[in-house]
Design a protein. Structure first.
Length: 263
C-alpha cells in the first residue's frame, strides 16, 4: 500500500511537470532557408520543442503539401500558395499571414560589373547570360520577370536568360560563373557574404509587386504544440531582428526610397 503522502507527492509532481516536447516539420521557401536556420537555433534554445526543415521552391512545396506531404507549416515565398491551401481546406482558417517581405537584387560575383545604375547595365547588354529563378515556380523569378517587363527589357534579353528551378539555383548560376548577372534575393547575399565580394544593385520595389512571403498552419499541424509555439516565436523581437539582419523587411516596415522609373 502506497502511503497517502507518497500519493500526494506523485500527484503534485505530475501537475508541475512541463508539457512534453514536440517536433514540427516546416516547409520553407528556398530563399528563406538561411534565415530559417538561424530562427530554428534561436527557437530551440528558448524551449523544449524541436523543428525539422524542408527547403525548396514554393511551387514544389505547395504541390507536395497538396499530395499529402507531412508538413505542419508552409512558409512560402509568395501569397498565392498559402491562399490556395486555405481555399481548399488544407490549412487552418485564419492562420495565414505575411511573415517577411523579400528584397530582389541584381547581382554579379564580379566586384566591378554592377556599378551604379543597374538599369543602364541591363540596357547596355554587356553580358552573355542573366540568371533568374523559374517565374512559374519561384516568386523571386516572377518579380524578376515583372521588373524586366517594367523596364521594357524582357523581350530584348529573352535569349540571354537562364533559369534555375528556384532562387537558390539562380544564385548558384551566378556564383559559379555560368551567368555574369542574376536576379537573386538580398537574403542570399547577406547569408553568404557575397554582397561584400561581388557587386549588386537593389531593384526598386516600384518595378515589381511586393514579394510578400506568407505562411500558413496546415491542418496536420493544428494540434502540434511545436508548430503553434514556433508561430508565436515569429512574433517576438528576437525573431524580427534575425529576419531583418538576414535581408528581409518586416511586414509592417515601409519600403526603402525608390529612384527608378519604369521604361
Amino acid at each position: 500500500m502506497i502511503p497517502r503522502a507518497g500519493i500526494l507527492f506523485v500527484s503534485i509532481s505530475l501537475l508541475a511537470a512541463p508539457a512534453a516536447a514536440a517536433e514540427a516539420l516546416i516547409a520553407v521557401a528556398a530563399n528563406f532557408a538561411g534565415a530559417m536556420a538561424e530562427l530554428q537555433v534561436a527557437f530551440e534554445r528558448a524551449g523544449a520543442h524541436r523543428l525539422r526543415v524542408s527547403a525548396g521552391a514554393t511551387g514544389t512545396l505547395y504541390a507536395q503539401a497538396t499530395h499529402g506531404a507531412p508538413y505542419d507549416i508552409l512558409m512560402a515565398a509568395d501569397r498565392v500558395r498559402p491562399e490556395r491551401l486555405e481555399a481548399v481546406g488544407l490549412a487552418v482558417p485564419g492562420s495565414r499571414r505575411t511573415y517577411a517581405v523579400g528584397r530582389l537584387v541584381l547581382w554579379s560575383a564580379e566586384p566591378d560589373r554592377v556599378a551604379g545604375d543597374g538599369v543602364e547595365i541591363l540596357r547596355l547588354g554587356d553580358f552573355r547570360r542573366l540568371a533568374i529563378a523559374n517565374p512559374e515556380l519561384a516568386p523571386y523569378g516572377a518579380a524578376a520577370r515583372e521588373a524586366l517587363g517594367a523596364l521594357g527589357l524582357h523581350d530584348a534579353l529573352r535569349d540571354r536568360i537562364v533559369m534555375g528551378e528556384n532562387i537558390g539555383q539562380a544564385h548558384a548560376l551566378v556564383a559559379t560563373g555560368n551567368a555574369e548577372l542574376g536576379f537573386v534575393a538580398l537574403s542570399q547575399l547577406t547569408r553568404t557574404g557575397a554582397a561584400m565580394t561581388g557587386s549588386q544593385w537593389p531593384v526598386p520595389e516600384t518595378l515589381h509587386a511586393p514579394i510578400r512571403q506568407d505562411l500558413v498552419l496546415l491542418r496536420r499541424g493544428a494540434g502540434n504544440a511545436a508548430a503553434r509555439a514556433f508561430l508565436e516565436f515569429l512574433e517576438t523581437p528576437a525573431a524580427r531582428r534575425i529576419l531583418v539582419a538576414a535581408g528581409y523587411r518586416a511586414p509592417s516596415a515601409p519600403a526603402p526610397p525608390q529612384g527608378v522609373e519604369a521604361g
